[in-house]
Design a protein around this ligand. Structure first.
Ligand code: SAH
Ligand code: SF4
Ligand code: F3S
Length: 474
């Protein structure tokens, strides 16, 4: 039978779809890219903002039309919206057969069997332990070069605007052996870049007791890792020491210097200098940090329950730039949060001036049912004001992104080729370590997965354009 799976939302959802594809493959399903010919359609959903949910509902209508033409087709709703709405989904959307939350994917064989018997099925139990550590993801829509590796699930922060703690449950870290093994297998299969994923990677923690983790460097290479045995990492259980995110990052970076390592998302309250020092120590850990600020005003940050202030954020930026001058920093900004005044909005703009973000995701505030903000504060900023403030933030970021891009002109960057450019097979496209797309003419000596030094000559609003350095010198 054939499975069609479509994902919305954050990288974690895309990564989960690869776990789901693996579980379904074990049940004999093969994936298809044509939903009209599928026996099972899964839509892995996001609840982060209202418009994310609307998109899913519109898409479900299209799937419904396909199902009417092909009775016997099963439609399943997965992920955060399934978790948020639970069995209400079956009442609201009559064509949905399965509703399954992010911690219940191991139960898919049961749910599919029930659905085959004509029973509409729901499993939205959240877990304190599930990390799917032992499941080998089936890489979907992969370029064979970059892959996501989930290192933790859930979130224990309670940012007042955010639905994730409710849809993803408690934070839990994944066994580092399985993380290192997955990354190593990816490398052996030709992948050259892994992105370690979690809602708050800096609170990754494995094993240990109450005592703070000892820096890995102090423990000696041999004790740390035996080259030939992925299971020989010695830390954690019984030793009274925990492996923290810096330690995990180091273990993954040590797999091979040709394997680039990225991570997302860092939380300003938790990112440590130890992580920055680890980034500095390993050339293959990319100099890019996604550090969502949300607001540049301390009162708003407090209402958001972000647990840091404007000054704290600025100090983190200063330290990043001091330790890693070349580091790209991107961010997320929420515009028009409850009670945000004009001056407070100006504080976000001035923080942007200070931080000089390379890139930003910007959103107007969308109230989510059940969150602390929905319970405590009124969503009182009129849409017109939100939109106007959004446009001001957007304009500032566009100017800043362009200015930051222009600073790369004349420099030479190491680029990991991920394929031909979207526009032409005469050009390669790849990423610099700052996560910027770089486009340059093909040289047949190279292929996807290779690293090349590219001399940057000019830029468009989102892309650097250059030539392979050796080609320039000839
Ligand atoms: N774990 C990450 C963020 C995950 S959600 C972190 O802590 O930074 C991704 C982004 O969506 C958030 O950073 C925030 O900017 C945005 N977001 C979350 N809830 C939102 C809401 N209710 N309205 C608008 N934007 C929201
Ligand atoms: Fe949401 Fe905050 Fe957790 Fe990020 S850290 S997922 S914004 S609750
Ligand atoms: Fe959306 Fe869930 Fe991710 S709400 S942003 S898919 S954790």
């Amino acid at each position: 039978r054939k499975l069609y799976i479509e994902s919305y939302g954050c990288a974690m959802n895309f990564s989960d779809s690869e776990i789901v594809a693996s579980i379904m493959q074990d049940m004999g399903f093969e994936t298809t890219s044509q939903y009209k010919e599928a026996d099972v359609i899964f839509i892995n959903t996001c609840s982060i903002r209202d418009n994310a949910e609307q998109r899913v509902r519109n898409r479900l209508r299209e799937f419904g039309a396909a199902k009417n033409k092909r009775p016997g087709m099963t439609i399943g709703v997965l992920g955060c919206m399934a978790e948020r709405l639970k069995s209400k989904f079956l009442e609201e959307e009559k064509l949905v057969d399965i509703v399954i939350g992010p911690d219940s994917y191991r139960d898919l064989p049961n749910l599919i069997a029930q659905s085959d018997d004509g029973i509409r099925a729901v499993n939205v139990l959240l877990s304190r332990e599930e990390t799917y550590a032992d499941i080998s993801p089936v890489r979907l829509n992969s370029n064979g070069i970059s892959a996501f590796v989930s290192i933790m699930r859930g979130c224990d922060n309670m940012c007042s605007f955010c639905v994730v703690p409710f849809t993803r449950g408690r934070e839990r870290s994944r066994d580092p052996h399985s993380i290192v093994q997955e990354a190593r297998e990816l490398f052996e299969n030709g992948y050259r870049e892994v992105t370690l994923l979690g809602q708050n990677v800096d609170s990754y923690k494995w094993g240990g007791t109450a005592s703070p983790p000892a820096p890995l460097q102090e423990r000696g290479e041999n004790e740390l890792q035996d080259e030939n045995d992925p299971n020989s990492l010695s830390f954690g259980e019984g030793r009274g020491e925990a492996l923290n995110f810096a330690g995990l990052l180091e273990l993954v970076a040590q797999i091979n210097p040709l394997l680039r390592v990225r991570f997302s998302t860092s939380h300003p309250k938790d990112i440590t200098d130890e992580v920055l020092h680890t980034m500095k120590k390993y050339e293959n850990i990319c100099n890019h940090i996604h550090l969502p600020v949300q607001s540049g005003n301390s009162r708003v940050l407090e209402l958001m329950n972000r647990t840091y202030t404007r000054e704290w954020y600025i100090e983190r930026i200063d330290t990043i730039k001091k330790l890693i001058p070349d580091c790209a920093v991107s961010t997320d900004i929420i515009i028009g949060f409850c009670t945000e005044t004009e001056e407070e909005h100006q504080d976000t703009l001035s923080l942007m001036d200070y931080a000089q973000f390379d890139f930003a995701y910007m959103y107007t505030y969308s109230e989510r049912p059940g969150t602390l903000a929905a319970k405590r504060f009124e969503d009182d900023i009129p849409e017109t004001v939100k939109t106007r403030r959004f446009n001001e933030i957007l304009k500032k970021q566009q100017e800043c992104s362009l200015k930051r891009l222009e600073q790369h002109i004349g420099k030479t960057h190491k680029v990991l080729i991920d394929g031909f450019s979207k526009k032409s097979d005469n050009d390669f496209s790849g990423k610099s370590e700052h996560n910027i797309t770089v486009v340059f003419p093909v040289n047949k000596a190279y292929k996807a997965g290779d690293y090349v030094d590219v001399k940057i000559e000019r830029c468009t609003p989102a892309t650097l354009i250059g030539k392979i350095k050796a080609d320039v010198e000839i």
